[in-house]
Design a protein around this ligand. Sequence first.
Ligand code: UDP
Length: 323
Amino acid sequence: MNVFVIGGAGYIGSHVVKALLKDGCSVTVYDNLSSGLEQNLFKNAKFVKGDILDYEKLLEASKGYDAIIHLAAFKAAGESMIKPEKYSVNNITGTLNILNAASVNEIKRIVFSSSAATYGEPSYLPIDEDHPKNPENYYGFTKLEIERFLAWYDQLKGIRFAALRYFNAAGYDPEGEITGLEQNPANLLPVIMEVAAGMRSELGIFGDDYDTVDGTGVRDYVHVTDLADAHVKALHYIDDKDESLTVNLGSENGLSVKQIVDAARDITGQTITANIMPRRPGDPAKLVASSKKANELLKWKANFSDVETLVKSSWNAYLANKK
Ligand code: UDP
């Protein structure tokens, strides 16, 4: 299959490109390099530097492809509450440009990076796809709205989509081929890695009085290589079945902040200074996925999402950058 990967130079996108190439696809990456990195590009994939807000360029560049994988978005939940305009323009307008280009160019398959942020505060656990959707932040709202646009373009234009609701993406390519580090990360694991690598002085643990195993927040961390594998499977699914799908992608295993910090201290051998801070607004105590639907429909399961592989593969990427 001839696949156009928008945001393919990013953290998740580069892992998806690797999985597509392994699967035998020919791949073109379209990325504006705002957070994507040239370091993440593969020699055997084509690259077009372009922005999803540049409709003419996008329309021209995406001609002739069998499928689009769309991973280009801003993703900082906290920032989205302060700068919603930025998220409206890039995430929503940008995606509408992609859908309109797909429509004009008659591309009938699209795999979209959605998020567990579409659910908001959980009313039960584990969270399945039927769980109520009440995003707690504007970022999650943009993802939910895009899912609704996708459903309309499916109905009206026959564009089949896979909306993949990622839980907490983490880890790096276990084969060590992808080592591009995210700049100014706010997510837990890269922040811990920056402390371990001496790039920042300490980790703030946002609350230790939650009703969880040790009082710190529990999340479902899913390895980026497992996510990448799900993109390939989802693409084949919508192609074979000619049917859209929306699925959760999580490990179904909850890990607390403290559990990850302890594992990181063990694996890196570094002290990793951590201080308890106030809770972060909008943070639920615990989020864990049910990935039953992805197991059943895509025959997908998380294989690399144990805490050791998550931390070790991340640490190896940070060590590779220190050389
Ligand atoms: N967290 C933390 N300190 C940090 C970043 C995150 O204690 O510097 C906690 C956060 O409160 C949550 C978990 O780590 O319980 C995962 O947060 P992250 O921002 O990585 O992902 P989110 O679940 O918010 O999408």
